[in-house]
Design a protein around this ligand. Structure first.
Ligand code: BES
Ligand code: ZN
Length: 414
């Protein structure tokens, strides 16, 4: 089993191009004969990454894929050899895919393989693993949908949260005070105002990491709202983006309720002035980059409470990091209990783009497919009543937020 094991599964599959085969019954738990076990690395075409993940989701006890490195069109995954037959079978039979993969005994070997293919290999800022279920599940159990709804209602009670209006200043102070109050029992947590060249301030809450404090995980949303008429308009912005701020606030409550102590530093951000060109996040990302802050991951919650599509959570593919997006898919499957799809904004539609364009790994889990988002945003009718005065959809994103924090920043609860 050891030594020069290199199997090219794809070439062994006949009729691979067929797309009309009926979905077969595949017994994923079947005894496949004497199996090898142990850590392997596979190189896989990036276009087959999602298919590979779907295959593993089907397998009882299947391991979660953990992308190690990404190149332009290929990815290296850490894999248990025992799972390779199921992966091969499902990729080629059940999913009718020809996404051939190559198995390597060592990471160095896999990297060499990619280099040989003349792909640029970028080492990820962090490796994605799912091994902190106790912390995730402990915090998940504390989430309350009614508190998310209350925060959305409170934020959308301001006439607007426009970046230059007095309401926009008041609502910024409200978020600051809410986050301060929630974290009041924790002397290690600080809540700060980030001052801009306009009135509205961004709010940044920091939970210092224990053992990897220099590595920073950022979870954000935008606090401002907009509608025709600017500073005097009625712009409740319940979905866009009180829902994101309420989602983050409930994640914070869960962290505090369980006395969560992350290994990496976590920062929650309520960005000012997103609606006028991502200006708050642009200033913060620029500031962080110039200070050399080691941001290992960014997630943006912008519009989480309108269920416009059959699938629950949509991962925007543009202005985002493919490896982190796969990590989020794994988190959704493992912890959220929701369905996901992939789509694209087609432009830098929210604050994740500010981080992405400065080279940081960013993701944007969104409420619907792009063609089915809440049609009331940017109007006086962006109210929680549109979502039945409930935050059931946003709760899924809070669950994802908790999982993201505890599996990327790691650490313990009590
Ligand atoms: N929440 C929206 C972005 C959005 C809207 C994403 C609909 C997906 C579907 C955000 O607050 C916004 O309005 N962004 C601006 C762009 C920004 C650069 C001013 C937009 O989309 O026009
Ligand atoms: Zn928005």
């Amino acid at each position: 089993m050891q030594g020069s094991l290199k199997l090219v599964f794809a070439v062994a599959i006949a009729g691979c191009a067929s797309v009309d085969a009926p979905e077969p019954e595949v017994d994923l738990s079947a005894d496949l004969g004497e199996q090898e076990t142990g850590l392997r690395w596979i190189t896989l075409g990036a276009d087959a990454l999602e298919t590979a993940q779907l295959a593993m989701d089907e397998r009882q006890g299947g391991r979660v894929l953990a992308p190690v490195q990404l190149a332009a069109n290929a990815v290296i995954l850490a894999y248990d050899a025992a799972d390779l037959p199921a992966l091969s079978e499902l990729m080629h039979v059940r999913h009718n895919r020809c996404g051939g993969f190559i198995v390597h005994d060592s990471l160095a070997d896999a990297q060499l393989s990619l280099r040989a293919a003349r792909d640029a290999v970028d080492t990820l800022a962090v490796s994605y693993t799912l091994n902190n279920a106790a912390a995730v599940n402990g915090m998940l159990a504390t989430l309350q949908v009614t508190r998310i709804a209350k925060m959305i209602t409170d934020l959308s009670a301001y006439r607007n949260r426009y970046y230059t209006s007095t309401y926009g200043t008041q609502s910024s102070d409200f978020i600051f005070n809410q986050w301060k109050a929630i974290a009041a029992g924790r002397t290690d947590i600080i809540v700060e105002r980030f001052t801009h060249t306009w009135a509205q301030k961004s709010i940044i809450l920091t939970i210092p990491g224990s053992t990897l404090a220099s590595e920073v995980v950022i979870m954000g949303g935008h606090q401002d709202s907009i509608a025709s008429g600017g500073a005097t308009a009625i712009a409740p912005g319940a979905d866009d983006d009180a829902s994101g701020i309420a989602t983050l606030t409930e994640v914070l409550r869960a962290m505090i309720a369980k006395n969560y102590r992350p290994q990496r530093t976590i920062k929650l951000m309520a960005y000012a002035a997103e609606e006028v060109g991502l200006r708050g996040s642009a200033a913060i990302a620029s500031n962080f980059q110039s200070r050399g802050v080691n941001v290992v991951g960014v997630v943006q919650f912008d519009m989480t409470n309108y269920k416009g599509s059959t699938k629950d959570i949509w991962l925007m593919q543009d202005y985002t990091n493919a490896a982190q997006n796969t990590f989020l898919q794994n988190l959704i499957t493992t912890y959220v209990g929701a369905t996901y799809g992939v789509d694209s904004c087609g432009y830098g539609c929210s604050d994740h783009a500010s981080w992405h364009s400065r080279g940081y790994a960013a993701s944007m889990p969104f409420e619907s497919a792009m063609s089915q988002y809440n049609p009331n945003i940017h109007t006086s009718n962006d109210r929680i009543s549109v979502s039945g005065n409930s935050a059931t959809h946003a709760l899924k994103f809070a669950r994802l937020g908790v999982a993201y924090a505890a599996e990327l920043a790691k650490g313990t609860i009590q």
